[in-house]
Design a protein around this ligand. Structure first.
Ligand SMILES: [Zn+2]
Length: 392
């Protein structure tokens, strides 16, 4: 091929065209890859920046985080719940309970369970000195501490100075209980809870529980009737835990103020005592601790109830029976929701309108027992499961 020949120009043109096509293509690909990497790196840095800014604002006090975002931030840094408790203790003078390892002998031998039941009969509950309880009011709570507070037992460290008097101390001064010194958090345990009873279904529920030797927890809405009192006694006789739910269950009324809540709680608490002799220590807020009706009063109510030694339980599995779930839906969703949890508090209802709960109960019990879960009632020293906080 001679320089200047026709063949030479043909090859030249082909070469130029090839270069003109491939070079931009290769450049485009390289550029695209670089741009993509830069962008995701930028995203990562931006996310990290947001997180750090958020953290810095919390540290400098510019921002009071809500507990959920604080906890989210904390766990995103790879720390465990135990470390978080240690951190909060170091900040606030060690008022949080230690989490017992689930394999301590006390748990396996059931000693703690027995203590819990003894406490609920009122024998140990009455030993509590109201003066000791008022000392646990301690300092005003910010949002981060509110979650911890309901679980905080009294300790000698927190009782250092004279306690501020509660504005509600004069109301029902005898309505106090003594929280345990240490809480237990058992892995793989399922706590079935039945709200709103007694009802026409209570005895059926009790019969299934007895048949499978399962203990459960009833957050009750008692009435001053002989049937109700008898049923409460049957629940207690079955070895189940009775907690307070409400006397009226009327959201507007009970969440109007701390006083209104105490009135309602006292009414229910007293009926349980009249019927069974039990000074109930555990309770469940109607609608859960965080609902659309208690935004203005929830922190003050929780603080006052904690001062009195009561512990509240929300749930982390909702059977949705009150929402109308049918047999199939509950049979599928309850075990599935339980399977992802360290431990589970299952919300169910013992009310006239939740017949499906009775129908599905036996099958749920069989299935959970077959899968190796430990089904238990909530004991006096069970670490609360609450919507807000690291313990769910
Ligand atoms: Zn309810």
């Amino acid at each position: 091929m001679r320089f200047g020949s026709v063949k030479f120009f043909k090859v030249l043109i082909k070469t130029v065209l090839a270069i003109a096509f491939f070079v931009p293509l290769v450049l485009c690909v390289i550029f695209g890859v670089v741009l993509y990497n830069t962008n995701s790196e930028l995203e990562r840095v931006r996310g990290e920046n947001e997180r750090l800014t958020f953290a810095a604002e919390i540290l400098t006090g510019e921002r009071i985080p809500d507990v959920e975002s604080f906890y989210g931030l904390y766990s995103s840094s790879g720390h465990s719940d135990e470390e978080l408790i240690e951190y909060i203790n170091s900040k606030h003078g060690g008022s949080l309970p230690a989490i017992s390892p689930t394999d301590t002998p006390s748990v396996e031998t059931g000693v703690t369970g027995e203590t819990g039941e003894a406490a609920q009969t009122g024998e140990t509950g009455q030993a509590g000195n109201p003066a000791d309880n008022s000392e646990t009011t301690a300092e005003p709570l910010n949002t981060a501490e509110t979650a911890a507070a309901p679980t905080a037992p009294e300790t000698t460290e927190t009782a250092a100075g004279p306690a501020p008097e509660s504005a509600y101390a004069a109301l029902y001064p005898d309505m106090t209980v003594t929280p345990p010194e240490e809480y237990v958090r058992e892995e793989g345990t399922v706590y079935l809870t039945f709200d709103d009873g007694p009802s026409d279904n209570t005895y059926s529920i009790l019969a299934y529980l007895k048949q499978y030797n399962v203990k459960a927890t009833f957050f009750v809405v008692p009435r001053r009737t002989e049937y109700c009192y008898e049923t409460l006694r049957a629940i207690a006789a079955g070895g189940h835990t009775i907690g307070v739910h409400s006397a009226t269950h009327e959201y507007d009324k009970i969440y109007a103020s701390v006083e209104a809540y105490l009135d309602d709680f006292h009414e229910a608490w007293e009926m349980i005592y009249e019927a069974t002799g039990i000074r109930a220590e555990l309770f469940r807020f109607p609608g859960g601790s965080k609902n659309d009706f208690n935004e203005a009063t929830r922190d003050a109510i929780a603080e006052e109830m904690t001062r009195r030694g009561f512990r509240f339980f929300d749930w982390n599995v909702d059977s949705n029976d009150a929402g109308g779930a049918n047999w199939t839906q509950m049979y599928n969703s309850i075990p599935k929701d339980i399977s992802g949890n360290y431990r589970s508090v299952v919300l169910m209802h013992d009310s006239a309108t939740t017949k499906n709960t009775v129908w599905v109960l036996e099958d749920i019990l069989k299935l959970l027992i077959a899968e190796g879960y430990k089904l238990d009632s909530i004991h006096s020293d069970t670490q609360p499961v609450q919507f807000i906080g690291p313990f769910a």
